[in-house]
Design a protein. Structure first.
Length: 431
């Protein structure tokens, strides 16, 4: 097997990103056991964030390099969780990047992972280093990080922390605070600060198109889209993350997660483990219960699951073939398959909006993701349905009511409409 570089690259090229790497997995397991307990959780978040940037090759390469360097500093150098980093800690990271150990500087670009022919798997490239220096006239120059490059590094980290805030992993963005405090590149700072405050959700109009298009597709092609309709209904109705309904090693979501309380008769959806490592039971509405009955009837199952129902939650039929595998059910739908299904629906709904004259809404909706459905369900329940914050907090699995209160807002359009006819002197002209 190839020797290991002094710092392990953590993220392979986009086409290999979700395959998993045995060396990286072992490295993260060792860190989780001995140094940073939530290293594996942070890595999962980083994978999800990078997948959203995978369509742009240049952005992806820049983002993964910065994340690798930052996570190396957190896990190996400081032995601290990224969630515990504050602005004062980040100053040490900046100093580390400005003057890295010489052993971590390379003077030519190489691939981060290479194929080991003997082991027939992709392994970290022994020649790769996290920092890239320059040569002049064949002579290695002292490493220098320009102010512009430093600002870019911090801006990328700020964007990553904004994502972590949206995932409710943390409430802090030390990179944005560092940029603001040091006055670096005001234009970039403003862009990332604005992003930090924004929770990306579907508007009421956009969400109505999502559901209407899902209904239309399910009626036209039930074998393909009844599952899609139920998937988005479940994500929205129970504020679920894709990872909470996707199959993974050791976990295959099942119908038995819908449970009826014997004393009250109310239904809930049981989440055995979320990204925060906690279990919870989410209240199920009458509308979602009706959606479950429809989906189960389509699958040829009784209307509601029994306590010991072992039927898989999401199934797919294999393409017609030969032998015993024709039509065989496969329950192992992972995050990638479910994400592709939801994002295909989002694009179809955006197309429908555009055809009906809502071009701007369609453009904005194309930038939303499957995770936006969780944010939308929480936001709509608080601001439109009027559910108490404490109830939403419990169903969303938030540790703090403060996190739930971040969703307590009205849309900008609604705020402008309510302010449009405000008077500057309500009693003016009286008397």
């Amino acid at each position: 097997m190839l020797p290991r570089p002094p710092v392990l690259p953590l993220f392979d090229a986009p086409q290999h990103l979700e395959d998993g790497n045995p060396v990286v997995n072992q490295h993260l397991a060792e860190i989780s056991l001995g140094q940073v307990e939530d290293a594996g959780l942070v890595y999962e978040h980083a994978l999800d964030w990078l997948l959203e940037a995978a369509h742009n090759d240049n952005n992806y390469k820049t983002y993964r390099s910065e994340l690798t360097t930052y996570l190396h500093w957190c896990f190996d150098v400081e032995q601290i969780s990224p969630g515990a980093v504050r602005r004062r800690n980040l100053g040490r990271y900046v100093a580390y990047c400005q003057s890295p150990p010489k052993a971590l500087i390379a003077y030519r670009n190489v691939a981060q992972f290479v194929l080991d022919k003997e082991w027939q798997c992709r392994l970290p490239n022994p020649q790769w280093r996290p920092f890239l220096g320059k040569r002049q006239g064949g002579v290695e120059q002292p490493y220098r990080l320009s102010p512009k490059a430093l600002t870019t590094k911090l801006a990328i980290l700020s964007s990553f922390y904004s994502y972590l805030i949206g995932e409710e992993y943390t409430e802090h963005n030390p990179a944005a605070l560092w940029l603001r405090h040091h006055g670096s590149n005001a234009r970039n700072e403003g862009r990332f600060s604005a992003h930090e405050e924004e929770i990306k959700i579907f508007s009421e109009l956009q969400w109505s198109y999502i559901m209407e298009v899902a209904e239309t597709l399910a009626s036209a092609e039930p074998q393909k889209h009844e599952r899609t309709l139920f998937l988005v209904s479940l994500l929205y109705g129970c504020y679920l993350r894709l990872s909470e309904v996707a199959a993974r090693p050791g976990f295959s979501p099942g119908m038995g997660q819908f449970r009826r309380d014997q004393k009250t008769g109310i239904w809930g959806f049981f989440v055995p483990q979320s990204k925060g490592g906690k279990k919870r039971t989410v209240a199920v509405s009458k509308a979602l219960l009706a959606a479950l009955k429809r989906y189960r009837r389509f699958l040829g199952l009784p209307a509601l699951p029994a306590p010991d129902d072992r039927a898989p939650l999401f199934v797919r039929r294999k393409a017609a073939g030969r032998g015993r595998e024709v039509g065989e059910l496969n329950a192992n739908l992972g995050v990638r398959q479910l994400r592709d299904e939801v994002e295909g629906l989002i694009q179809a709904a955006a197309d429908a909006m555009e055809k009906e004259g809502f071009a701007q809404d369609a453009r904005e909706m194309r930038g939303l993701t499957a995770h936006s459905i969780r944010h939308t369900g929480i936001t709509h329940d608080i601001n439109l349905v009027g559910r108490p914050l404490s109830h939403v907090q419990a169903d969303a699995g938030h540790d703090s009511i403060h996190t739930t209160s971040l969703y307590l807002h009205t849309a900008r359009e609604e705020r402008h409409q309510s302010a449009e006819n405000k008077s500057l002197n309500r009693l003016g002209g009286i008397g």
